[in-house]
Design a protein around this ligand. Structure first.
Ligand SMILES: [Fe+2]
Length: 376
């Protein structure tokens, strides 16, 4: 059934063809057109209020025409017409993902980045939406930021997280306190060096954004180490493509086990996004489980893994500095590796309080800050 109704709109069995404002030809499925009729969405809830499952028959156009900047469809089988902006149609014509203002290209950084780390004051972020937008943008693009002027309270950290979202618990709870413990359940709770890692890799979905609020720091040693996993993995991709392939395609096990928990997951050490670009890492020597792959696979995997681990530790990538009391470092836990040098537990006090937020929620807040949305 090919019936020419309008020279610019051709009705077919399952959809219609038309010429788009760009001059390109477009094809649209009738279900899609009916489901996404602007009248399907509530201006109040900004959700779809139309339920396509309740249509008695498959949607088919009875007639269709162009009218100014819109396509107008009269539907067969129901007393309904749709007026669809051509601009909407154009943006969905090629079946590509919807443009996302939070999908910003990452900017890799190196060991000399400390002076350039994006810095914001706690007071500004809580009161100024433009500053909040710039802060989140820095975390999306560079993966790291430092917030200064943090009040020495528990609430100060929660208030900061709430600028981008909610506190995201892990199986350790909502918050964690890093200081030396008498019976440590975690290397972080000792004064030993902590190798470069991402946090809680044993969780199926490790938390996305990490907050570390330094509350007191008068010890000798304990310098903070931070590196950009994207910078190191992008270099590794150039230097050792086969190793990169192994680390970005093979899942390896991580664990976290003690008296009352036995958390396990499988993760790729190098993570890629939907564009095939490196989005980050999952790496933690103290939580890497005994790798349960066939031993022959390890003949290739382990050398690649160690070569990458050595590369990641090199001075080229690692910022070394001392996070001061009243500062909070906020970083992408899937991208930025962090660690700490050993410190002398008797030389003073060191107290770091931390928590996490969700990356998707951070991006949601960013989109809401930079765009108005479609259904106002
Ligand atoms: Fe950590």
């Amino acid at each position: 059934m090919n019936i020419a109704v309008d020279t610019a709109v051709i009705l077919q069995d399952k959809g219609l063809r038309l010429q788009l404002p760009s001059g390109k030809a477009g094809y649209f499925n009738y279900y899609w057109l009916r489901d996404n009729c602007p009248s399907s969405f509530s201006a109040t809830t900004r959700e779809r209020s139309f339920d396509i499952f309740h249509l008695a028959e498959a949607p088919v156009a009875r007639s269709a025409r162009l009218d100014g900047d819109a396509l107008v469809i009269d539907w067969a089988h129901e007393a309904h017409s749709t007026r669809m902006p051509l601009a909407w149609l154009e943006s969905y014509a090629e079946g590509k993902r919807r443009a996302d203002p939070a999908d910003l290209p990452r900017r890799a950084w190196y060991g000399d980045h400390y002076d350039s780390v994006a810095r914001f004051t706690h007071a500004d972020l809580l009161s100024d939406k433009a500053k909040a937008q710039a802060w989140i943008e820095a975390i999306i693009v560079e993966g790291v930021s430092i917030v200064t002027g943090m009040p020495d309270t528990n609430e100060a950290l929660t208030d900061l997280v709430n600028v981008m979202g909610q506190v995201r618990p892990t199986f350790f709870g909502d918050y964690f306190d890093v200081r030396t413990h008498i019976n440590p359940t975690n290397t972080a709770y000792t004064s030993a060096a902590l190798e470069l890692h991402t946090d809680t890799p044993a969780e199926e979905h490790a938390p996305g954004v990490q907050f570390l609020h330094m509350r007191a720091n008068t010890v000798e040693g304990g310098r903070n180490l931070f590196g950009d996993g994207v910078a190191a993995a992008n270099d590794f991709r150039q230097i050792y493509p086969e190793g990169f392939r192994l680390l970005s395609t093979i899942d390896v096990p991580f664990f976290c086990e003690h008296e009352t928990y036995d958390m396990r997951s499988y993760q790729r050490v190098i993570e890629l996004d939907q564009h095939g670009e490196v989005s980050g890492l999952t790496i933690s020597q103290h939580m890497l489980d005994l790798i349960d792959l066939p031993q022959e696979v390890l003949d290739d995997y382990y050398p690649a893994f160690c070569r990458f681990g050595k590369l990641l530790q090199s001075d080229k990538y690692i910022m070394r500095f001392t996070l001061q009391a009243s500062e909070c470092i906020v970083f992408d836990n899937h991208r930025i590796v962090h660690g700490r040098a050993a410190y002398s537990a008797t030389s003073g006090s060191r107290y770091l309080r931390g928590c996490y937020a969700d990356r998707a929620e951070m991006r949601s807040t960013y989109r809401a800050l930079v765009s108005e949305g479609r259904f106002k």
